[in-house]
Write a protein that binds this ligand. Structure first.
Ligand SMILES: [Fe+2]
Length: 327
């Protein structure tokens, strides 16, 4: 029994049109019916985001995970501080609805795996002693590039009042693996087979909440190009272009209409067999970025925790901002 991957996330939001506009600008396709918006990646025929509109404030409703062994999960969830709950009104009654020890709602279903994505063109880099591209330019004039589109949802990071407890639930009740963590502040969980470095991650905060969702694009150029375009279209704040230490992915985050974040990523670590992976406990200075711009003040602020105002832990922010990329 175990989680095999992430399917989607659902947010309650005050203004559904604002959310749809943001995600369409990010390259997703929408389908709106009344107060419900469903968004999907081009090339996929399933939802990756659901917005429930006309709600008082933005709030994480639930995260949907693909899993097998649902009957076993159903048995062990209550033993690990979770609960089996009724299907929310209007939601799919297939699979299993559970809450974790902090009341975060999860939907587990044995949905089929997504088809393997088409192979992207190789991202070639001429390096000292390793010339892979000769006699031609890497880059075309900007007008030759079409808009960047997210290929698939890779992971979601949620806030947790007790990160180690969230990890225990994810690993012991849901059969996930702890890929890496930074003290008791951040933790990254993966599926145990053929997984991105993380599919569900946790950041410390007084309350449950949605921090960011991350979408894979073809290569680092698309991370930078897509991120810059979304900043220009929306006028919102951003963090990136940069590269994470934990997970190794290139990133560019753009703030969504509710203060949480949308991430484009490329080149995340892959865990083929969790039994062969050794988790690392990183220092807080390595928890956000290996290199990148200064971290926005409210990057780790949980706007769903009312009225608590939990700024980025000082040690994380100071040390990350003190680092500058080397030329
Ligand atoms: Fe991320």
């Amino acid at each position: 029994m175990s989680v095999l991957g992430i399917l989607s996330y659902t947010l309650e939001v005050p203004d559904i049109e604002e959310g749809v506009r943001f995600y369409e600008n990010a390259g997703l396709i929408s389908d709106v019916e009344g107060d419900v918006a469903r968004l999907r990646c081009r090339g996929q025929d399933r939802d990756v985001i659901v917005l429930l509109g006309n709600r008082p404030a933005k709030r994480l409703h639930h995260v949907s995970l693909r899993a097998d062994g649902l009957s076993m999960i159903e048995r062990v969830v209550p033993e690990h501080g979770g609960a089996l709950v009724a299907t929310p009104e209007g939601a799919s009654d297939s699979g299993l609805w559970v809450t974790d020890p902090h009341g975060m709602l999860l939907h587990l279903s044995d949905a089929p795996a997504d088809p393997e994505p088409a192979a992207a063109p190789p991202f070639e880099i001429n390096a000292p002693g390793r010339l892979v591209r000769k006699g031609r330019s890497a880059m075309l004039a900007s007008e030759f590039y079409s808009a960047v589109v997210p290929l698939r949802l890779g992971h979601v990071l949620v806030f947790s009042p007790d990160v180690p407890a969230s990890v225990r639930f994810a690993t012991e009740a849901l059969g996930m693996g702890l890929a890496d963590h930074a003290k008791d502040v951040l933790a990254f969980c993966c599926a145990r087979r053929n997984s991105d470095h993380h599919v569900l991650a946790f950041a410390k905060s007084p309350a449950v909440g949605f921090h960011h969702a991350s979408f894979q694009v073809n290569d680092p150029d698309d991370v930078g190009r897509g991120g810059r375009a979304l900043v220009e279209k929306t006028g919102r704040g951003d963090w990136g272009f940069g590269r994470h230490t934990i997970g190794s992915n290139f990133f560019h985050y753009i703030q969504d209409p509710w203060g949480s974040w949308f991430e484009y990523y490329s080149d995340i670590d892959h865990i083929e067999d969790y039994a062969m992976w050794k988790p690392t406990n990183y220092e807080l200075k390595d928890s956000l970025a290996n290199w990148g711009p200064s971290v926005p003040d409210d990057f780790v602020h949980n706007y769903e925790a009312i009225p608590t105002f939990d700024r980025l832990p000082r040690q994380m922010n100071d040390q990350t901002n003190a680092r500058t990329p080397k030329d």
